[in-house]
Design a protein around this ligand. Sequence first.
Ligand code: PNS
Length: 166
Amino acid sequence: MRIAVCPGSFDPVTYGHLDIIIRTARLFDKVYVAVLDNPNKKALFSVEERLEMLRSSTREVGGVTCESFTGLVVDYASRRGAIAIVRGLRAVTDFEYEFKMASVNAQLARPIETVFMMTNNEYAFISSSAVKEVAQFGGDVSQWVPPEVEKRLAAKFAELRARGEI
Ligand code: PNS
């Protein structure tokens, strides 16, 4: 059984993430899509909301389980029996951050490999932050996120606006 972990913030999941998850699921027997539960990092969506969106978007992808984790990703990956941490690489600008993380993780847990997958060209410039910014100001994000995520973004910003938080 070859197991991989796709860790991230997924705030929220985009078609770019889904492309990586689907391609990882073709290469491994089982994939854990793992949302980092980090109380120090302010997210738009709660961990539970992010998991709901991930679960509904990956419903039809076999072998995928979505859950949250706390602490180090290598410890989580070891608990799940994973042999690889899979990350998507978009532009060169991702490289330094990813290289640093992969090096730290390699020094912490040598048997776990970090595998980089190049994102599909179509998704090379999508990020959750760009999606949030566009959605907040009423732009169309339907080409970057599944319909359910689009709806939740609109609802979330309407709620924040009603509460006077934005
Ligand atoms: O989607 P993101 O925000 O780029 O994902 C970053 C993530 C969650 C993969 C990374 O922050 C992480 O693995 N955090 C857990 C803490 C950890 O293991 N740190 C050591 C590597 S620097």
